[in-house]
Ligand binder design. Structure first.
Ligand code: ACO
Length: 381
């Protein structure tokens, strides 16, 4: 077995072709089906990006309205599921709740076991709306508040703010959430998307694949980093403490800066650049600029440090998005469910792409254990 190459962590292993997104890690560029992320974040409605991913082109006005309305109409979550959520411990991890809730959705979805392209399209529409409803519902249920049903006339970003606050959605919050959702929609063969594709490659169904993806996104090395980054900013507490905190925790090698570093990006994550500007405007505009100041100061300190320069470690999408979400008054542990609801379009697009041209994903490992051991009975051991 001497000539076997082990691709631990699967770095740079190309598993298939995809028309969904281009992640250029060397230059820090991200493109969804031909369009630069910066243009989409500045101009597109989340549903426009969903249409783009699912159809490979931007919708016209009528097509966009049709999809917006279709998603809104299908965003309702069965009352039985909301009832079950009310019985979960209020301190349950919100990503664990999302994982369970999506699994429950399958039992009430008329197409749950149908893996045809038509059924997958219908389920993708439902899941995109329902994920937003579930995130907002859990944010309220855990506080003892009743969930608010989605409104048919709203888009997803508006509906999220409306269902979260039970009041008319205010424009600046909606714009921030819409831009956040657009930036998080899709990102090549990241770990959670890969796990969704592995699941569906066995012939399993879309809900099972999304449950795999949510479980994978939950980890702090992936989507969980946005909450971990915010906890770190809160721990620092004041811009004046950044240098001491950096010296004590990072220079000493004790900890990692959460929200910094990326498997693919060896330049600045282009999403982080957009989110930095959004975070600054939102934090300053809300009179709470201190969190942005802490984050920015720490990022500048890290970028000037030899260790971070040598390893090409830059802020990733989770770093400044933490400030954006915190400024919108979201609980820190709700940040990752927001990532999940935004990534739903990318996950479902990948699931449909995998299903349309499937090959079972089944890699191998190099066995390093013994082979010729002699069986001994229990009494002899
Ligand atoms: N702070 C300090 N050092 C770091 C950091 C960090 N945030 N990230 C990586 N490093 C160092 C590692 O210690 C390692 O150093 P070494 O070569 O001396 O051992 C080197 O940089 C390479 O790190 P790896 O962990 O091997 O790189 P990998 O590609 O496996 O990891 C990861 C990428 C997991 C994102 C890593 O950078 C990390 O842990 N970052 C913090 C968590 C985070 O922000 N995750 C979100 C990623 S983006 C997303 O999923 C949406």
């Amino acid at each position: 077995m001497a000539d076997v190459t082990i691709h631990k962590g699967l770095d740079n292993v190309i598993i298939d072709e995809s028309r969904l997104s281009l992640v250029n890690g060397a230059e820090g560029k991200l493109v969804y089906s031909g369009y630069k992320i910066e243009d989409l974040a500045a101009n597109a409605l989340y549903e426009e990006v969903v249409y783009l991913l699912w159809n490979g082109r931007l919708p016209n006005k009528a097509e966009l309205e049709l999809l917006r309305a279709e998603i809104a109409e299908n965003a309702f979550v069965a009352p039985e599921i909301l009832e079950i959520l009310k019985h979960l411990p209020k301190n349950s991890d919100p990503m664990a709740v999302m994982r369970s809730a999506v699994s429950l959705l399958a039992h009430y979805d008329p197409d749950s076991e149908d893996t045809s392209a038509e059924a997958n399209r219908r389920k993708a529409v439902r899941l995109n709306g329902q994920a937003v409803t579930l995130a907002a519902a859990w944010a309220r249920i855990r506080k003892g508040l009743g969930p608010v049903p989605p409104r048919l006339d709203l888009n997803l970003a508006q509906n999220f703010i409306y269902m979260l606050r039970d009041e008319a959605p205010e424009a600046s919050a909606v714009n921030a959430i819409n831009a956040y959702m657009v930036l998080l929609t899709e990102h090549g063969m990241n770990a959670s998307t890969f796990s969704a594709r592995v699941t569906v490659s066995t012939g399993s169904d879309m809900h099972s694949a999304i449950v795999s993806a949510i479980g994978t996104l939950k980890g702090p090395a992936h989507g969980g980093a946005n909450a971990e980054a915010m906890k770190m900013f809160l721990e620092i507490g004041d811009p004046a403490n950044v240098q001491t905190w950096f010296d004590e925790n990072i220079k000493s090698g004790k900890r990692r800066i959460m929200g910094i570093g990326h498997r693919v990006y060896k330049a600045l994550d282009p999403r982080a650049a957009v989110l930095r500007d959004r975070a600054e405007a939102l934090a300053v505009g809300s009179g709470n600029g201190k969190w942005f100041e802490i984050a920015d100061k720490l990022a500048i300190l890290a970028r000037a440090n030899e260790y971070f320069i040598e390893r090409n470690l830059h802020p990733n999408v989770d770093y400044f998005s933490a400030i954006v979400l915190y400024t919108l008054d979201l609980d820190v542990d709700m940040f990752t469910p927001l990532f999940a609801m935004s990534r739903m379009a990318g996950w479902t697009a990948h699931i449909m792409e995998q299903a349309a041209n499937n090959r079972l994903v089944r890699p191998d490992v190099l066995y390093t254990g013994p082979v010729d051991l002699v069986w001994t009975s229990l009494e002899e051991r």
